[in-house]
Design a protein around this ligand. Structure first.
Ligand SMILES: [Zn+2]
Ligand SMILES: [Zn+2]
Length: 239
């Protein structure tokens, strides 16, 4: 038997209004959780379900889609809402566009494509049926994009790189390579990202090897890595 929420999903596609209300509610829940409120999420789904005639559980699933998109964007997501394993490419794209729009960021969505590419690449190919490589483009077209970025202090970067002294502050290994000038290559990362409201201070920044940097943004164990750094690097303050 089809569970009621699945029937609900099949019956009607999600309108922009419903997706927008879901993203707005998600961000509001994030704020309330940060403020220390607990045990209110069920009532949020119930309110949404009354407003749009869907089951509360279909809204909860939608929230897990939003977690997946935020995670793919390298953003903070609500811990109790585990990122969904599969988010339809169309919905991911619409959700990312909505998140950017609510942030006032004119950037085109890119994370949902990365999500889709990784999902497609992991799909098993039918045995023996080799697919020919795609043609690609000999002369890729160019496009201009506008996006909002935060001003970051050069002094903060220098200070954090000095603190790291050539070693990744996550894995503690020496920088994996030297630049052409013979300098250790590390990247400065904000533990609470600026997009999530983090500060540009040395107490919120670490120097990382490129592997750990990507891992902190997109990895399953990002939270554990972070916790370990907060515990071991003096001067870091959780934001
Ligand atoms: Zn590292
Ligand atoms: Zn970063």
């Amino acid at each position: 038997m089809t569970p009621p929420e699945l029937k609900d999903e099949v019956r009607k596609a999600w309108t922009d209004e419903e997706l927008r209300a879901s993203v707005v509610a998600y961000r509001d829940m994030q704020r309330r959780l940060d403020a220390g409120e607990r045990r209110f999420m069920k009532s949020v789904y119930l309110d949404l379900s009354r407003r749009f005639e869907r089951t509360p559980s279909s809204f909860e699933l939608r929230m897990q889609n939003i977690s997946a998109v935020l995670a793919a964007m390298g953003r903070r997501w609500i811990e109790g809402l585990k990122p969904a394993k599969h988010v339809g490419a169309g919905v991911a794209l619409r959700l990312e566009a909505l998140i950017n729009e609510l942030d006032g960021n004119p950037a085109p969505p890119t994370a949902s494509e990365r999500l889709e590419v990784l999902e497609l690449a992991a799909k098993p190919v039918k045995a023996r049926k080799e697919t020919p490589p795609p043609e690609g483009a000999a002369q890729p077209t160019r496009s201009t994009t506008t996006s909002l970025s935060f001003a970051r202090s050069k002094d903060v970067k220098v200070w954090v790189l000095r603190r790291a002294a050539g070693r990744c502050e996550c894995c503690a290994e020496p920088a994996p390579f030297q630049t052409v000038q013979g300098l250790p290559f590390l990247e400065v990362h904000h533990l609470r990202t600026l997009a999530d409201g983090g500060s540009d201070r040395v107490s919120n920044a670490v120097a990382l090897c490129p592997n750990c940097h990507r891992r902190l943004h997109f990895g399953q164990d990002a939270e554990a890595c972070k916790a370990q750094m907060y515990a071991s690097i003096p001067g870091l303050i959780r934001e």
